[in-house]
Design a protein around this ligand. Structure first.
Ligand SMILES: Nc1ncnc2c1ncn2[C@@H]1O[C@H](COP(=O)(O)OP(=O)(O)OP(=O)(O)O)[C@@H](O)[C@H]1O
Length: 336
């Protein structure tokens, strides 16, 4: 049951070590570490006590709860962004939320991807709607231990898809302001793809602790990820890390690895912009299957669960450390 703990701790220790190296060298080792989650146990994993990781999670949560909350009773608000659509931002956000929640971290996920809300599907809640007992504030849903709010729980997604920039931004700000959030350690916000007006407005107006950028190693995606990094730097939002998704494919028959979208592009980008790498994820049908079926992460593929646990722990460690304050916070509360 606690195999993931041993693996995750060993993986994080190894990852932190290899990330001190140049991206090309780091890529080879990170890939090996990631691949090991699919078969052989991580080298050295057996020597790491599960208690160490549990202690680490507890310590991180304690540190996070000592800090002033980012917004109401929410300690940390983390934007999950990507310059380009379709790189796996929503899948990553949902699985990180489930990974955190499964280990007792009080976690919420706000689906701000107004033009393509996917939280209802990713959590198996298609057709569900939020309720508002007082006709003013909305009660979020809860699934797989994650507190959830999505534009998809309010309106028909086709209705939202025709909203123009200001209308969409306003709707999203209301979504965060007018939801009755319980006490949370972390609220992840799945942002709409791109770096246009909506993203810029939201980045300026949301009460943000920091941002994660998800990208594939492909040049096209990297160019857009670069724009997202630059946008966050311009609005003074700390970059908590980069997740490289679809980093490589491992053939289930022969075990050969193919870097479908290029090699280590995300790592090079992260190094250039001094953004920590939280982890790499393979292109794997288990990830797509679990996303489509809406089942809990820990009920799906064990190797996948281990990888997301590793990345979520890296995020938790970042949040519990010294994150520079986002100084340009401006919260808009609307009554209507
Ligand atoms: N690592 C992965 N391996 C296999 N399939 C993946 C992986 N990551 C994401 N996918 C699949 O890729 C597709 C796009 O993922 P997702 O919707 O998360 O991307 P996105 O960046 O949020 O897209 P958009 O910006 O359009 O909302 C989905 O079908 C998802 O199941």
């Amino acid at each position: 049951m606690f195999n993931w703990l041993k693996k995750s701790a060993a993986t994080i220790a190894q990852r932190d070590k290899v990330l001190q190296q140049a991206p090309s060298a780091a890529h080879t080792e990170l890939s090996a570490i990631t691949s090991s989650a699919f078969g052989e146990p991580v080298a050295g994993g057996a020597s790491v006590e599960k208690q160490t990781v549990l202690d680490s999670i507890t310590a991180c949560c304690e540190n996070i709860r000592l800090k002033p909350p980012a917004f109401k009773s929410i300690q940390c608000v983390v934007l999950i962004a990507s310059g380009k659509g379709g790189v796996g931002k929503s899948t990553t956000a949902a699985n990180l939320a489930m990974a955190l929640a499964a280990k007792g971290v009080r976690t919420g996920l706000l689906d701000a991807d107004i033009y393509g809300p996917s939280v209802p599907t990713l959590f198996g809640l298609q057709g569900h709607k939020v309720t508002s007992p007082d006709n003013k504030l909305m009660l979020p849903l809860r699934q797989h231990r994650v507190v959830l709010q999505s534009i998809g729980f309010l309106v028909d997604p086709e209705q939202a898809s025709v909203w123009r920039g200001p209308m969409a931004s306003q709707a999203l700000l209301q979504l965060i302001n007018e939801t009755v959030w319980p006490d949370l350690d972390v609220l992840l916000i799945d942002m709409p793809p791109g770096t246009g007006d909506i993203q810029l407005t939201l980045s300026q107006k949301l009460p943000v602790t920091g941002a994660i950028v998800v990208t594939t190693p492909q040049d096209l995606a990297l160019a857009d990820a670069k724009k997202a990094i630059t946008m966050f730097q311009q609005v003074n939002i700390p970059l908590l890390g980069l997740v490289e998704n679809m980093s490589f494919y491992v053939c289930p028959s022969c075990g050969a690895q193919d870097d479908v979208f290029g090699t280590a592009g995300g790592l090079h980008l992260a190094e250039r912009y001094h953004v920590p790498v939280l982890g790499q994820l393979p292109l794997q049908s288990a990830i797509r299957l679990q996303a489509d079926s809406g089942v809990a992460l820990d009920k799906g593929d064990e190797a996948m669960n281990t990888l997301y646990q590793t990345i979520s722990l890296a995020l938790l460690q970042r949040l519990s450390g010294d994150v520079p304050e986002h100084t340009s916070v401006e919260i808009m509360i609307t009554d209507d």
